[in-house]
Write a protein that binds this ligand. Structure first.
Ligand SMILES: Nc1ncnc2c1ncn2[C@@H]1O[C@H](COP(=O)(O)OP(=O)(O)OP(=O)(O)O)[C@@H](O)[C@H]1O
Ligand SMILES: C[C@H](N)[C@H](N)CCCCCC(=O)O
Ligand SMILES: [Mg+2]
Length: 277
């Protein structure tokens, strides 16, 4: 596990993973980066600060039917603090995947995912419907705390770069206030050049430094279009594409995924690009 420890010492210890859209593969790509970082010998933090679309923790090892609080009983008031949402036994499957990738146990769930909210909505709307007030400043502090704890920490937003987070903040604010460089996950389909440029321009305009792009090619775009799309993403943004990921169709186990991921991501290069000022 620690055999590769000729590692760059990272002056930037965290990365904020943003996407061109929801479902583009932020969680999948972040998990791959997490498993690679761990295999390279780093201690790895993961944060999914606020997840909507959370489900009852039925598949989890912690499953206890008597403990599941129905959604309407899970309504919170303004005195909410971190961890209370998890008393409602809701699971963010994003957080679960991020935790599994780095071998983090359930004891780390509230560190990884302070807020898990029901409903396939933006976190802002999900929080409003659940009666939860997300304390924005504490969320920023939590990210700083985790970033300081590990060699490298990956923070996953939700949806695209500027998904609403609270009544008066978006994930753009959170990425900026976390003071972390960003990694942009994009698809490779026709239209992806425009999506990448717009996202990069928006992020930079709001003070977020995008350092790399990962193309998650789940649509299996034909090679000529994919290649020219990547060329143009780099040409117009001046940001390197650090990996192109095909659909994964192997056994769903992280020890096999790490070898698979190494075929498509040069992890040392990624740490160098993301980890330097
Ligand atoms: N390269 C891949 N191979 C196989 N499955 C993938 C790949 N990339 C993503 N997926 C799957 O596609 C779905 C969407 O990906 P993912 O959940 O990572 O998106 P996301 O950008 O994190 O979305 P959200 O905005 O909800 O956080 C998931 O079921 C994920 O496991
Ligand atoms: C719950 C879902 N899977 C995502 N995590 C949330 C995506 C919110 C997108 C909001 C928007 O920008 O329109
Ligand atoms: Mg996700």
């Amino acid at each position: 596990m620690d055999s590769h420890k000729t590692l760059p010492v990272l002056s930037q210890k965290g990365v904020f993973v943003i996407g061109t859209d929801t479902d583009v593969g932020k969680t999948f790509v972040t998990s791959l980066l997490g498993v690679l970082a761990k295999d390279d010998g780093y201690s790895v933090g993961m944060v999914k600060p606020v997840a909507s679309g959370a489900i009852p923790m039925a598949q989890s090892s912690q499953f206890d039917e008597d403990n599941i609080i129905p959604r309407d009983e899970a309504i919170m008031d303004d005195t909410e603090t971190f961890g209370i949402i998890h008393a409602s036994q809701l699971e963010s499957t994003d957080a679960t995947m991020l935790m599994q990738a780095i071998g983090a146990g359930e004891d780390r769930r509230s560190e990884v995912n302070p807020y898990a909210l029901p409903g396939e909505y933006s976190p802002k709307l999900a929080a409003r419907l659940a009666g939860v007030k997300i304390p924005y400043d504490e969320l920023v502090e939590h990210i700083h705390h985790v970033v300081n704890k590990y060699d490298i920490t990956f923070v996953e937003g939700a949806g695209g770069v500027t998904t609403p987070l609270t009544e008066d903040r978006t994930f753009t604010d959170l990425a900026k206030d976390s003071q972390l460089p960003a990694l942009l996950v994009a698809d490779g389909r026709l239209g992806s050049i425009n999506r990448v440029i717009l996202t990069k321009e928006y992020a930079e305009h709001h003070g977020i430094h995008v350092k790399g792009i990962i193309v998650n090619n789940t649509a299996q775009v034909e090679p000529f279009l994919l290649h020219t799309n990547i060329e143009d993403m780099e040409r117009y943004t001046h940001i390197p594409v650090l990996g192109v990921i095909p659909p994964f169709d192997g056994i769903d186990a992280w020890n096999t995924k790490v070898e698979w991921a190494r075929e498509f991501i040069d992890s040392k290069h990624v740490w160098q690009v993301l980890g330097n000022e």
